[in-house]
Design a protein around this ligand. Structure first.
Ligand code: SF4
Ligand code: SF4
Length: 460
């Protein structure tokens, strides 16, 4: 694995301290989303489908650093959206580095060279650019739906490495990933100075345009066993060996959804980086008020059954490394011998419990309540009519027992209203996550000639 000793020590001492304090639930990596807009529109992305007034919003430096202080994890990851579109990203990163946080700035690298040249960042052991690369040129350009993106990202990686920055790759794999080409991709990125690759199977976002290419558990096992059969010694991965064993189906882990908490424009996201089931104002509220047993594979929650994403399982792997002898021994063995899918037995998945959920379809719900739940899941604006006859329009992002929260199109700050004051809620305008089937999405990009030279993938 590829992480420097000082970072490993920082994480190890942090985890040991949490254990000595007897903290059962502790965060490991803060996922900070300071904006949601992006300069790409990838087919598997479930993050960017919002009305324009939400995409224009940017978290302030003060708010971002307050979340860092509140959560106080040794590592902060900055996904998005595209963080390099945030004009105050230099101040946000500098504030984190000053606090000695190990920062992973996740970027598609389209603007990376330009921002380095503008002096946005200085090389530091605390700062790593985690560049989005979903495989080789053909696979990546297909995944991000724009030709030429791989070339640009590779050029930016070389440049950043030359300038003395730490660079890793953030690689999400989908059903169309080819084992041999992905293994060659590992060779390639190692040769250009990437410190390590962080691999993850794509999460099946219900809002993503391409719903047909997400991997289920069995297919994930098969893919990762192929990738790590006789894995080369010089391949470096920016993740725990136990997590890689989990991806190969050699070790069973359960999700730790509070391990990589997400702070976004709407607050602390419940329960994890992938699902959006409400927001809290403080991190402590997130820990105390979330019904954690409703999440993870063992809960039976259908949204978690095929999820094997690092934000849920890497914290479990790290906790097992420092909290159990078998985990510690497994990590030592894999560190010295390397990860190899030909070693160890394949696991048999344990059974899951039956899951019951109150959903927007529940026929017993009152009309307003059902509308509110539907609205929270809707990626468009709503018209809210209050009992005093006034109205407001905006993006409704949170509904609690007593309140609803929304970003009004008229005001910059989030608004709160008592639910008892609401007469009705109606969807207005378009759902930004709908009406874009994968076929029409792909056709549009083909027509725009953005995928002209992508030859291995054809229209359905
Ligand atoms: S996956 Fe990343 S690069 Fe692609 S659209 Fe989403 S935020 Fe942008
Ligand atoms: S299994 Fe995945 S989707 Fe479910 S809570 Fe964990 S990280 Fe979130």
């Amino acid at each position: 694995m590829s992480v420097p000793i000082s970072q490993m020590w920082s994480v190890a001492s942090y985890v040991i301290k949490q254990k000595l304090k007897g903290r059962k639930k502790y965060p490991l990596v803060l996922m900070l989303e300071p904006l949601l807009r992006c300069n790409l529109a990838c087919a598997g992305c479930g993050k960017i489908q919002y009305p324009g007034h939400i995409l224009k919003k940017e978290m302030s430096v003060e708010e971002a650093l307050a979340a860092v202080d509140e959560c106080d994890t040794p590592i902060v990851s900055i996904p998005g959206g595209e963080p390099l579109l945030h004009p105050q990203m230099p101040e946000i990163v500098a504030g984190m580095v000053e606090r000695k946080k190990y920062v992973y700035l996740c970027t598609n690298a389209i603007l990376l060279k330009e921002k380095i040249d503008q002096g946005w960042f200085l090389p530091s052991k605390y700062l790593t650019f985690s560049v989005h690369l979903d495989g080789d040129q053909e696979a990546h350009d297909f995944s991000v739906c724009r030709q030429g993106t791989y070339e640009k990202a590779e050029e930016a990686i070389r440049y950043a490495v030359e300038q003395g920055f730490r660079v890793t790759c953030n690689t999400t794999l989908f059903e169309h990933a080819d084992v041999e080409r992905t293994r060659s991709f590992f060779d390639r990125v190692m040769s250009i100075g990437v410190e390590g690759v962080m691999l993850s199977p794509g999460y099946g976002y219900s809002k993503a345009p391409d719903q047909s290419n997400f991997l289920n558990r069995e297919k994930t096992f098969e893919l990762f066993r192929g990738l790590f059969a006789q894995a080369k010694k010089n391949w470096k991965f920016n993740q725990s060996p136990l997590f890689v064993e989990f991806l190969m189906g050699k070790r069973h882990l359960e999700c730790t959804p509070w391990g990589n908490p997400c702070y976004t424009l709407f607050g602390w996201q419940r329960p994890c980086y992938l699902l959006q089931e409400g927001y809290t104002e403080t991190f402590q509220q997130l820990l105390d008020e979330t019904e954690w047993d409703k999440y993870g594979r063992a809960s039976g929650n259908p949204k978690c059954q095929n999820c094997m994403v690092h934000c849920g399982y890497e914290p479990t792997a790290v906790d097992a490394t420092f909290g159990t002898w078998s985990g510690f021994w497994g990590t030592v063995k894999a560190t010295f011998l390397g990860v190899n899918s030909e070693r160890g037995k394949n696991i048999v998945l344990p059974p899951v419990t039956e899951f019951n959920e109150t959903s927007a379809e529940d026929p017993t719900l009152e009309t307003t309540e059902r509308k509110l739940l539907e609205e929270v899941d809707f990626r468009g604006d709503a018209l809210i009519t209050f009992k005093d006859g006034t109205t407001d329009q905006g993006y409704l992002f949170n509904v609690t027992e007593s309140q609803l929260e929304y970003f009004s199109i008229k005001q910059n700050q989030p608004q709160k209203s008592d639910r008892s004051e609401v007469e009705k809620v109606e969807k207005t305008g378009r759902d930004y996550a709908d009406g874009q089937s994968w076929e029409s999405w792909l056709r549009k990009h083909k027509q725009n000639k953005e995928l002209e030279s992508v030859s291995s993938y054809s229209l359905p």
